[in-house]
Write a protein of this length. Structure first.
Length: 175
């Protein structure tokens, strides 16, 4: 990817977190990562009710909506001063971030920790969003345009901007 822009997210390091026992919500996509294991080791008994791990749901891929609803329900019963730690790939982090903000947390109360995985790409030509690896180029699944994935990030969409890589050949090499 190109050099970072002002819109490119900056993620925290797990070792830099200031964890507050009993007043932090932990939202973890999966536990097969050293940073996730470190987080889990730091949790106290009072934090177990505040721990949400997507990978432990029966159908983790299809249960994201239900998972986010459980998080919203938990946050309905907390007072001010709570924080959230979100760990996962970018596609997961930004879906959770939008849910947390809609529930009433402020961005300053949310720590984002990135693991490896796909990212969302928004095609500026047709408006389609798709998951894609960390590579700089991809083809839009909907309109077929060969996209350059820019480092511009939309927090509202939770996606990087994909623009036509070559206007002379929008669908890749000429046949």
């Amino acid at each position: 990817m190109q050099d970072p822009m002002m819109s490119t997210p900056i993620y925290q390091k797990v070792a830099d977190l200031q964890l507050n026992a009993g007043t932090t919500l932990y939202v973890i996509q999966h536990t097969q990562h050293a940073d996730a294991e470190y987080l889990l080791q730091k949790l106290g008994l009072e934090d177990q009710g505040n721990l949400f791990i997507l990978a432990e749901m029966p159908n983790a891929e299809t249960d994201l909506t239900q998972y986010l609803q459980r998080i919203q329900q938990r946050l309905q019963h907390v007072s001010t001063g709570w924080h959230a730690v979100v760990f996962g790939d970018e596609a997961f982090i930004w879906r959770v971030m939008q849910t947390l903000l809609a529930t009433g947390l402020m961005a300053e109360e949310i720590s984002l920790i990135l693991s490896t995985g796909p990212r969302q790409v928004y095609c500026v030509h047709c408006g389609h969003q798709q998951l894609h690896s960390q590579q700089d180029y991809c083809d839009c699944e909907q309109c077929g345009v060969h996209l350059l994935v820019r480092s511009h990030f939309s927090r509202r969409l939770g996606a990087y901007m994909g623009v036509c890589a070559d206007a002379d050949y929008p669908h890749g090499d000429a046949a």
